[in-house]
Design a protein around this ligand. Structure first.
Ligand code: F6R
Length: 610
């Protein structure tokens, strides 16, 4: 949440910062600002609203400035407004902040008592005043920053410019992401390496508790105790092209269509050519001895949590050990029964989700082994975990997660096969059957995608509804939850997912003509039970939208419409397949309603605050 970017070099930086902010807009888009140090002063523009609202004001900044920073905000303290937009401070000190200061109120009270005047409602502004005061007594900027950092509690990635030190910009990282881009005669910083790929492939991923001085010709790093650290420069092999929309109307649509390729690549990467063994990376054997594990606990948030639920359905029968799944925001504060024989699996697209990260730290303090399933290399959660399975799904920019979800589920599936083989809980025949089904998956997803026009037409009959229930059983139950989440996120229609068997226990009271029910009904072993649920809804004059075989006559008889979905004889892989038309359905509903698909209101892609 919130994106920050900065530059110190020899080029004019206003446009460079703005185009970096465009790549970070997925992190927050309620206001933005740019500050540059030039003509012996800090020059600042800020604006409420989307980043494009800032564009007309950039011309008032000195265009030859070559040191500056920008920010795109997701409001936590204080409404979205020009005053609350970052950067804060315009006289001696200017800062951009991503994170939350937990003790800002007590710091603010003290500063107010000293006569400081606040121009915003943000927590971040206290940093400006603290640093301003500290620089009155400590001339060395790094030391002054370290002194104030001592007073801050919470999460912060900071960019700091000081007017009378025009050669350097400083950055600080504590529990919020920050990366330094290393160039020739120029250096950068940002919340995400993606924003800098147009300029460099060389990065320094700062650790928590580090401060860096970023000059034109070099970068120096210290820890919060003042000890100098050797920068560890890594090369990130990702292309700018992956950040474009590639001719699609929205990132979300592009990412939905990337799924056959992403999943095919993963299968190819993870299943060895002999079709009888798996890439060692899946088993993380150099880091974790999986044969010692007696229990798995999956922790995640949002869509990743639903992928984690799928993980439970997939892993438990394949491994014959208990698998729990829990929201990271609950797990981190709960006194759960976990020990050194427990494997905690953190599922996360971004690798930065604050609750998931805190859960891993909590689990480590209890001696658990930790594994991440993650999409973003060098992000915080993989760095905290004993081992990581990288999804390699490519950047996901649309705020609503799509390809990352199916990729997470596929990685659980592959982990289950590989680990089950290692434990001897998967017979050779089971393994062969799974692998045979697996290779069919990408082309079946392509088939599912071919119904986009029909799905859009069907959505035309539902987009004016205010509510929608999603129903599924077994492996399709987490998919019902995920389908409902997708719909509410981008169309703002109230949607809930239920297990079919739960309908009678309450939700059936909601059924009437204004409550469409989307029923996930592929012909799996529990098909007849799903049909019974639908009979009950039909008998109460409910409107049913089915998801199943195009020529399923029983389903057609009960449903107002049927969204076609191909069939695969494996409930976990069927769940991956079923999630694709549901993504298209949510997308089409949003298009019909005219909402902002890629940047839905109130949301941001990377939830780095609690
Ligand atoms: C929903 C969505 C969110 C994320 C959640 C966790 O479409 O994207 O619910 O799944 O915020 O994010 P990660 O996976 O980055 O930990």
């Amino acid at each position: 949440m919130c994106g920050i970017i900065g530059y110190n070099g020899k080029k004019p930086c206003v446009d460079l910062i703005y185009s970096g902010l465009q790549k970070l807009e997925y992190r927050g888009y309620d206001s933005s600002g740019v500050a540059v140090l030039a003509n012996d002063k800090i020059n600042l523009v800020k604006q409420k609203g989307k980043l494009s609202h800032l564009l007309p004001f950039l011309g008032s900044l000195p265009q030859d400035a070559s040191l500056g920073m920008g920010h795109t905000r997701w409001a936590t303290h204080g409404v979205p407004s020009t005053e609350n937009a970052h950067p804060h401070g315009e006289e001696r000190v200017s800062i951009v902040h991503n994170g939350i200061l937990e003790n800002y109120n007590e710091l603010k009270i003290k500063l107010l008592e000293k006569g400081q005047r606040f121009l915003s409602e943000t927590d971040s502004e206290v940093i400006v005043h603290l640093l301003h005061d500290e620089l009155e007594v400590v001339a060395d900027v790094r030391k002054a920053i370290l002194n104030i950092v001592d007073k801050l509690q919470g999460a912060y990635a900071l960019g700091i410019m000081v007017h009378d030190h025009p050669d350097d910009v400083y950055v600080v990282k504590q529990a919020s992401p920050l990366v330094i881009g290393v160039g020739e005669g120029e250096n950068f910083f940002a919340s995400d390496a993606l924003a800098l790929l147009a300029h460099t492939k060389k990065f320094i991923f700062l650790s928590d508790g580090e401060i860096a001085r970023i000059g034109k010709d070099g970068v120096e790093i210290w820890d919060f105790y003042g000890a100098k650290k050797e920068p560890n420069i890594v090369t990130v092999d990702s292309s700018e092209a992956s950040l474009e929309k590639g001719g699609y109307r929205h990132y979300m649509l592009k990412e939905i269509y990337e799924q056959p390729t992403v999943l095919a690549n993963t299968i190819q990467r993870m299943v060895c050519k002999d079709q009888n063994s798996f890439d060692e990376k899946l088993l993380c054997s150099d880091k974790i001895n999986l044969t010692n594990i007696r229990k798995v606990h999956v922790v995640a948030c949002g869509t990743a949590y639903y992928a984690g639920m799928m993980g439970k359905y997939i892993l438990e029968p394949k491994l014959e050990i208990p698998v729990e799944v829990e929201l990271a925001s609950e797990f981190r504060y709960r006194d759960s029964f976990i020990d050194d024989k427990t494997l905690i699996i953190a599922v996360t697209q971004s690798g930065e989700t604050a609750d998931t990260l805190a859960s891993i730290k909590h689990a480590k303090s209890k001696g658990c082994k930790t594994l991440a399933i993650c999409n973003v290399p060098y992000s915080s959660i993989p760095r905290e975990c004993d081992a990581t399975i990288y999804m390699e799904a490519g950047p996901e920019i649309g705020v609503a997660s799509t390809k990352a979800f199916t990729s997470m589920v596929l990685n659980f599936y592959l982990l289950g096969l590989a680990w089950g083989q290692r434990m001897g809980t998967q017979s050779q025949t089971q393994l062969q059957n799974s692998l045979e089904s697996l290779v069919k998956l990408p082309s079946l997803i392509e088939q599912a995608l071919s119904h986009e026009a029909l799905i859009s037409e069907i959505a035309g009959s539902y987009f004016e509804d205010h509510h929608c229930l999603f129903v599924g059983r077994g492996h399709q139950y987490p998919i019902a939850l995920e389908g409902a989440l997708k719909l509410k996120e981008i169309s703002y229609i109230h949607a809930e997912g239920y297990a079919g068997g739960e309908l009678k226990h309450g939700p059936i009271a909601l059924i009437d003509r204004s409550m469409p029910v989307l029923a996930i009904a592929p012909p799996l072993s529990d098909y007849e039970k799903v049909i019974s649920n639908l009979e009950e809804i039909y008998a109460r004059e409910g409107r049913i939208l089915g998801l199943g075989l195009a020529d399923d006559q029983k389903l057609k008889a009960l449903c107002s419409h049927v969204i076609p979905c191909p069939f695969i004889d494996d409930p976990a892989l069927q769940a991956i397949l079923c999630s694709v038309p549901l993504q298209l359905f949510a997308y089409s509903m949003a298009i019909h309603r005219g909402t902002d698909v890629d940047q839905p209101r109130n949301l941001a892609k990377s939830v780095t605050v609690e």
